[in-house]
Design a protein around this ligand. Structure first.
Ligand code: ASP
Length: 352
């Protein structure tokens, strides 16, 4: 049997945390080293189950500074992408151990950064530290090994960036954190789970992205000058204008009501119009957990398309943000960028 090689990248997160004051279990959680985390995973030791029975070889790399994922920004996405790029040819699959807070953002970001990805990249973490007696870390991590090391289990490798959590495997750019404490921490409101993980594992082939034909490439041209704004009843256009009247904001994502509805007052429209004139791309997504933007369904959304507002369809906030950061980072003219913004690039959106 040939060896299956899995690369594990440890970035931080609750999964490996412990109390700051070891004598006080209620003190704030802080990250701990890979060595401490690994102690709780006997199955990945060289003489453990995965290596001795399944012939899997693991290699690890730990971020020099392990962080709570609330501290991450796009530079961390680039660091992760670079670590995977270095090892892309010599491994069958990749696991990123990550905090849950921004896991869906990272998974979305990496899905755009990786062009022609032909291997599984599984992002996972846990709601409770691995040292906790009721931890969900073991389930999540073991599932991630099965998906990243598909070959060793007779499964089809999935060539996507995924979020693996509580017996669910979601396309990364379709996932969102839905609970601060439930073991079912993530949902994929507009796209089915890619795998059924029960007593047996069933990969849902018809829901996967096709295998790419081109060569794998890491494209880290990113533009972080992007803002996300949630509408609320009574939002003051003059406040909005103070916030976005800035040459440096190249992209604005507005989380609208329902299917793309927003205030249609002349003042509100004027703010968007002047942002557009300055060259800011504006994308509407919905603030509802599930469903899509359909500009023109109501008179309350019909006025925005003529202004040059782009529909984000059923994209999650995380996918819309990551897509804008990536698309606006590409060396293209504005209209080419805006075409890309309304194109399904990595299975992140369905337009109907
Ligand atoms: N604050 C933690 C983090 O995102 C939460 C977690 O991992 O569950 O790193």
């Amino acid at each position: 049997m040939t060896k299956t090689r899995i690369f594990i990248l440890y970035t931080g997160g609750t999964i490996g945390m412990g109390p700051k004051d070891p004598t006080d279990v209620n003190s704030a959680l802080v990250t701990q080293s890979w060595e401490q985390l690994q102690q709780y995973m006997p199955s990945i030791h060289p003489d453990g189950y995965f290596s001795s029975i399944r012939n899997i070889e693991f290699e690890y790399f730990s971020f020099p500074e392990l962080l709570d994922s609330s501290q991450f920004d796009v530079r961390h996405w680039v660091m992760m992408a670079n670590e995977i790029e270095k090892r892309y040819d010599s491994f069958d699959g990749f696991i990123i151990i990550h905090g849950t807070d921004t896991m869906a953002y990272t998974a979305s970001g990496l899905s755009f950064i990786f062009e022609n990805l032909a291997k599984p990249v599984v992002v996972t973490g846990a709601q409770l530290p691995i040292s906790h007696t009721r931890t969900d870390a073991i389930t999540n991590f073991s599932n991630a090994i099965h998906i990243a090391g598909a070959k060793a289990f007779g499964l089809t490798p999935i060539n996507e960036v995924m979020v693996c959590f509580n017996d669910r495997v979601f396309r990364g750019n379709r996932s969102t954190k839905a609970s601060t404490n439930d073991f079912e921490g993530f949902v994929s409101p507009d796209y089915p789970s890619l795998v059924e993980l029960e007593e047996t594992i069933r990969v849902k082939h018809s829901d996967l992205l096709p295998r790419p034909e081109g060569k794998f490439r890491v494209n880290t041209n990113l533009n972080p000058n992007v803002m996300v704004l949630t509408l609320f009843p009574g939002i003051q256009p003059r406040h909005l204008s103070k916030l976005i009247d800035d040459e440096e904001i190249d992209g604005l994502i507005i989380k609208t009501f329902g299917s793309g509805n927003a205030p249609c007052t002349p003042e509100f429209l004027a703010v968007l119009e002047s942002a557009k004139k300055r060259g800011t791309s504006i994308l509407f997504i919905t603030q509802c957990l599930q469903g899509r933007v359909s500009l023109g369904k109501y008179a309350a959304s019909d006025v925005f398309e003529p202004l040059g507002v782009i529909s984000g369809g059923d994209m999650t906030t995380e996918a819309a943000l990551a897509k804008m950061i990536w698309v606006l980072g590409q060396k293209l003219n504005k209209s080419q960028q805006e075409n890309l913004l309304q194109t399904d690039l990595r299975g992140e959106v369905t337009y109907r």
